[in-house]
Design a protein around this ligand. Structure first.
Ligand SMILES: CC(C)(COP(=O)(O)OP(=O)(O)OC[C@H]1O[C@@H](n2cnc3c(N)ncnc32)[C@H](O)[C@@H]1O)[C@@H](O)C(=O)NCCC(=O)NCCS
Ligand SMILES: Nc1ncnc2c1ncn2[C@@H]1O[C@H](COP(=O)(O)OP(=O)(O)OP(=O)(O)O)[C@@H](O)[C@H]1O
Length: 201
């Protein structure tokens, strides 16, 4: 029996920080953001669909998608974001399922799916347990602006493109409070993984 853990939270709440800890503990992590980058590389179907839908103006000189330009469009206009999601999400889901099947075939006992939009995309039936990384709004805004160099408006636009983090906390099987130090978050993570029997070899 494979235990599938859905790791989610809000933008900049600390999912990648926590998924790195889970990898260090020997748990395989399938990363939706990584999949979303891979499926839009030049030559991929989704790449062609994105250029057709948004025009060559969202491309860099070398032909790669200009993520900052496309981000500015989709985080300021819900209809544009829905258009992009309709192109990218099906390809991301196919890629993640293929990765998961490979891990199951290789005998993985616990698999982590790091999916920022687990709830927004209605993917909770993909996982056995939902682990939410929580931070308060002020901390989230500060860390997001510091990490990406966004203005407050750009950061808020991204935060508002997702469910409120408090709604995800209500639906979680376990919550990591990531407002403190990374060490404090790690201690909480170990306790949750212990409880779920996720660390047995
Ligand atoms: C708009 C894009 C090009 C911006 O790229 P950029 O490198 O600036 O951001 P990155 O991809 O690293 O995402 C950073 C964070 O933004 C948030 N985010 C990304 N896409 C979305 C979205 N469609 N809706 C809400 N939040 C999103 C997530 O919290 C993600 O972790 C990119 O985010 C994208 O292609 N998004 C559509 C695919 C998607 O929904 N990915 C999210 C998980 S599947
Ligand atoms: N406990 C913490 N204390 C201080 N800084 C932190 C803590 N946890 C995360 N950070 C920092 O906050 C920022 C956001 O963390 P991280 O990138 O892990 O979030 P995320 O949820 O993966 O973001 P995204 O939704 O964009 O993928 C990063 O710069 C990270 O180094």
């Amino acid at each position: 029996m494979v235990l599938t853990i859905g790791l989610t939270g809000g933008i900049a709440s600390g999912k990648s920080t926590v998924s790195a800890m889970m990898r260090q503990l020997g748990l395989p992590v399938i990363d939706a953001d990584e999949a979303a980058r891979a499926v839009v590389r030049p030559g991929e179907d989704a790449y062609r669909q994105i250029v057709a839908a948004f025009g060559p103006g969202i491309l860099q000189k070398n032909g790669d998608i200009d993520r900052a330009k496309l981000g500015a469009i989709v985080f300021s206009d819900e209809a544009e974001r829905t258009k992009l999601n309709a192109i990218v999400h099906p390809a991301v889901r196919r890629r993640m399922l293929a990765e998961k099947e490979e891990l199951v075939r290789a005998g993985a006992k616990t698999i982590v799916l790091d999916i920022p939009l687990l709830f927004e995309s209605g993917l909770t039936d993909w996982v056995d347990k939902v682990l939410v990384v929580f931070v308060d709004e002020e901390t989230q805004l500060r860390r997001l602006m510091a990490r990406n160099g966004f203005t407050k408006e750009e950061a808020l636009a991204r935060i508002r493109a997702q469910w409120p983090l408090a709604e995800k906390v209500k639906r979680a099987d376990a919550v990591l409070d990531n407002n403190g130090t990374i060490e404090e978050t790690r201690r909480q993570l170990l306790a949750v993984l212990e409880t779920w029997g996720a660390l047995e070899k």
